[in-house]
Write a protein that binds this ligand. Sequence first.
Ligand SMILES: N[C@@H](CCC(=O)N[C@@H](CS)C(=O)NCC(=O)O)C(=O)O
Length: 213
Amino acid sequence: MAKLYTMPGTCALAPNIAIAWLAAPIEIHNLAYGDHKKDDYLAINPKGKVPALQFDDGDVLTEAAAILAYIGAAYGNEDYARDKRLGRKEAEALSYMTSEVHADYGPHFAAQRFADSEAAQQEVKNKAYGKLAQHYERMNAVLKNSGTDWYLGEQSFADAYLYVLCRWIEQTPLSIDDYPALKAHRQRMEANEGVKIALKRQGMEPIRETKSA
Ligand SMILES: N[C@@H](CCC(=O)N[C@@H](CS)C(=O)NCC(=O)O)C(=O)O
């Protein structure tokens, strides 16, 4: 069976949720923190990051957006076909969330990759929080304007990734209270059975409005 590599607290939760939603025959292998930099895993994904999807023949697919596209195409209904509107909008949303929003978390998670001194690191972090605030503002508006419970007006994997981002905000000086549509989305996601299954598989707890993403 194909295997998805995850790690607690990470964006691998999004494909993990997708697998739960579609009951896709993909096993979850939850790495302990730190194992992603060990030789055994580096032989699977030399980038030393999660998620990675390993197929039965040994081939490996990395990058959350690509993995989600594969899961949708292989196990989703026809709306996931790339030429359908939901599929197109989902690809757009996931590209934005992975390459823009996640990327702007870089200075928060690993400030040392961006600057040397503590003061300079704090400065890049503060800049990043400003950019993240703009992202959350935008995503809050998209969700609100959808007029539905779902980011794109219908359930899609963008909701799974959005949930990851709405967990991470707890680690920052930003507050989910400033983004009411996102806060309500996060609460709905925590009540979702597939999300509960995925969280458990990844050794994670729901937020329950505490400061512990
Ligand atoms: N561009 C990659 C980013 C993957 C990524 O940064 N994963 C994080 C967890 S959310 C990770 O494994 N970080 C470990 C590290 O950088 O040491 C994707 O979208 O899948």
